[in-house]
Design a protein around this ligand. Structure first.
Ligand code: NAP
Length: 311
């Protein structure tokens, strides 16, 4: 068992994985694996992949058993017609914990009205006592690995959490809704709305003017999902009118967010530079190694992307 593993990802990621991945492969019992940044395509058994300029055509990788994405979101390759090999996306504890921390932090900021004291006038003694979490309604669109983790954390703090997904779910402490017909109800329950949907054709611009209008007056938005989920003009109009009180946006249609974009200067917008959750090499390497072990043993891969659904 000595597979060739091609690491095809941006240069900045290599140093961490050059150490973490061999250690994880050894832990998984894969002796003599060759981890390389360059190999003849027809010698490669597995590709550890993040979008990069060097590898855009998967056709010559004729013996490759799987492409193992370093990212959770796979919209850049899920529809690639040259990619006929199985595609696995990244599901690992570091990503989920990072997203949990980000979402809980920003929901708490809105819930407590923290900006009033951090960014408001410094000489005003105005007491606005926030409700308890149990009296605050939060909706999470997307109840996958990340959405469900965040929804559970928020429910654990006592928030009244509604979640929405494509297929029906039953998650403890969460009012689970599913399918297009339930979206209005999910939005109507969102004093604070969290977007954790993938970028697919049905989800693109899902938060359009009509959907924004379905939110309660003064709702707040946290979007660490994808920039394409939001109709930017509609959101800016809703922010201008105050219908949406504030938005924290981590992801954008164009990244980095271009200088001069209205989000940079809008008083009701916080921009974070796609930092909500990063894949952590130590924990991600164990997931990659486990999938390679499975591939070598002829067992089903973990976290296979449903290419038709696009996520
Ligand atoms: P996931 O496990 O695939 O979950 C996706 C969720 O969205 C599932 O609950 C799915 O429903 C739901 N969904 C998909 N299409 C839908 C539709 N048309 N209508 C209703 N629900 C739909 O993905 P994940 O690991 O949680 O990641 C979610 C997204 O987070 C990623 O795709 C990526 O874009 C983003 N992300 C961002 C960062 C960051 O740093 N900002 C980091 C990592 C990931 P079902 O459960 O019924 O399938």
């Amino acid at each position: 068992m000595s597979p060739t593993v091609l690491f095809s990802a941006p240069d900045r990621l290599w140093p961490a994985y050059a150490t973490a991945l061999p250690a994880a492969l050894a832990r998984a019992g894969i002796a003599g694996a060759r981890l390389t940044r360059e190999a003849a395509p027809d010698t490669v058994d597995y590709i550890v992949y993040a979008p990069n300029d060097a590898l855009r055509d998967f056709t010559p990788f004729t013996r490759t058993k799987a492409v193992l994405s370093l990212w959770a979101g796979v919209e850049k390759i899920a529809a690639d017609p040259t990619l006929t090999q199985p595609l696995c996306r990244m599901v690992e504890p570091g990503l989920a914990l990072g997203m949990r921390d980000y979402v809980v932090g920003h929901v708490m900021r809105y819930h407590l009205g923290t900006d009033r004291y951090v960014a408001g006038p410094r000489d005003t003694w105005e007491r606005v006592v926030p409700p308890l979490a149990r009296d605050r309604k939060v909706t999470v669109l997307g109840l996958g690995e990340l959405g469900a983790t965040c929804a559970a954390a928020l429910a654990g703090l006592g928030f009244r959490v509604t979640g929405w997904s494509r297929r029906p779910k039953d998650l403890p402490g969460i009012a689970c809704l599913a399918g297009p017909d339930a979206l209005s109800a999910a939005l109507g329950a969102a004093e604070i709305l969290v977007l954790l949907l993938p970028d697919t054709s049905p989800t693109r611009s899902i938060l359009n003017a009509d959907r924004l209008a379905a939110l309660p007056q003064g709702a707040c938005l946290v979007n660490p999902g994808r920039g394409t989920l939001v109709d930017d003009d509609a959101l800016l109009a809703a922010l201008d009118s105050g219908h949406v009180a504030h938005a924290t946006l981590d992801v954008f249609r164009t990244e980095p967010l271009p200088p001069g974009h209205r989000y940079w200067s809008h008083p009701r917008v916080t921009v974070t530079p796609h930092v909500a959750a990063d894949t952590r090499p130590d924990t991600a390497s164990d997931v990659i190694a486990e999938n390679i072990r499975r591939g070598e043993a002829g067992e089903p891969f973990l976290h296979l992307v449903d290419r038709a659904a696009g996520y």
